[in-house]
Design a protein around this ligand. Sequence first.
Ligand code: ADP
Ligand code: MG
Length: 603
Amino acid sequence: MNSIRLLSPNLINKIAAGEVVERPASIIKELVENSIDAKAKHISIKVEKGGINLIEVADDGVGMNTQDAKLAFIQHATSKIYSDKDLKNIFTLGFRGEALASISSIASIKLHTKTTTDDPVLILIENEQILTKAGPGRNRGTSIIVQDVFSKIPARKKFLKSDNVEFKHILSTFLKLALINNKIGFKLYNNNKSIYDLQPREELEQRILDIYPNLKDKLINISYSDKSMKLSGFIGHPSMNRKDKQQQYIFVNSRPINDIAISQAIKTGYGTNLMHNQHPVYLIALEIDPEKIDVNIHPRKNEIRFDDTQQIFRTIFNSVRIALEKRLSSELKERFKVNDKESLIPSTVVTNDTKATIQERSLKKLSYLNKKTELSIPSPNILTKDKGIGFTKALLNQTQEIFDKAQIAPLFTKALQVFNTYIITEIKNQVYIVDQHAADERINYEKTKSRFQKHKTLPSQRLLIPEQIQIEKVDYASLLENKSMLFKLGFEFDLKSNHLILNSIPEMIISKKPTDYFQEILISLGEYGKIIDKEENKLINKMIATIACHSSIRAGQELEDFQIRTLLTNLLECKQPYSCPHGRPVIWVLTKDELEKNFKRKT
Ligand code: ADP
Ligand code: MG
């Protein structure tokens, strides 16, 4: 065996470099973070060949004097922490004092710097020696040029991807840094071509829009603070949801991080506004007392350990949910608002009241109608036990006469059903295309849910002929366990070993074949298994979504005019009108602008 020897400092640096410098993008991250720590107001980054040939980062920060500039290349030389007490209160981005040392061990590096008071200095590294020269004149600040990345470790160089892939990593690093440091101006050049020229911006929102102009009017502000943390940032309108997870940014104390719990909290906050395979757009910035987090767990510092993950999860989830609900409902109300010029209310109904009160009255009447109208024509296999309320059922059984009697002012006179599936209506320079099933599902879901929350039970209807449904062994136990919960929801059954006899179903269900939806109920039970307190809500919501689906107008069903109008009005009252409880979209908006562009009336 070889005898034990101490590693040379240069070798130690090379090993450490493996941790810090994974690829050119990591060099840029370290250099730009140093510039930010040096209070730069402008940072310019130039790269060539995906950063493998050249990386140059220039700033107008505080600069270094000759002594500091030399020290900067020595491992664990840092101006940012002095004692282990400081480790607990890290406010700067870098603190290990190993970036410059590591970079110099794997690539050639040159530094040119000047403070306000000292002469400019140039530092070169040749044969592992730090050489100092008087530098050419320059303004205050620091420029660092890195060339031939990994040329000193050919084994690592092999792992680098193509220039393009490396540049993509650089771009992603650049965007994270530029987004959260909106007050700093950033420039990025690739192979001498200007890619970004971002002016310093007072507001984060402006910087986001500089980078993603398509998010204009689509950013929803998030803000929350208590004594332990401050949450700020923006989430994207659900119409901006994407198929990929790009445009998702999380920062903790201005550090970009990846955190599964936070991403999950945001996603959960979107709830049914997110379809399967869709990902929201967001930039969330958390400020937490440095004592309450550990940034030291990841060498590249892109993961963080929190003292109280649960609380952070809850706060983020709630902030996202509330902000989204508020925005979506006010947006819809705003759009549906009828202004004087384009009044849809016939003049005969207009009294001295303002338009708003007429609208309110009509809305009230509509909901009154929905609440009071009882089922008049039972479906063939159904006998009503409780005189409950099936929202859609009531609607489908209403006659024009009842509608006329209630003297409802038609809010949506221009509404057209196409393919017996979609409703097209015009509101304020916009064409709304509404999926009638998804819309009704959303309406029924919200109404059923709020009724269940209020009464803790749903009305049920007895089946004229009880239905026999085969069940698998695996379902038996969960059905037995959840029998009372299902009973509260309106399902009443006798459970046998391999089948059940279904006697009653929720009153609002209009589907004719219980076997269809009972299968869905079984699947949901299977998914959640044994219900623990916390999960119960989720399961019940899922059950209610299933019930709502089977209580709703189907695609392909022809609707009367008044039914169309009632549907649209009820949709307007929903908290989350944009998506059905399964996450499918409800409304598709086509602007007048888009139409005009398509017909080349406008460019
Ligand atoms: P760390 O950032 O962890 O302290 P680095 O190796 O990145 O370690 O930098 C070492 C030191 O060099 C820093 O602590 C700082 O004092 C100095 N330094 C590096 N880059 C700059 C810069 N752009 N402007 C001013 N000082 C810098
Ligand atoms: Mg650093």
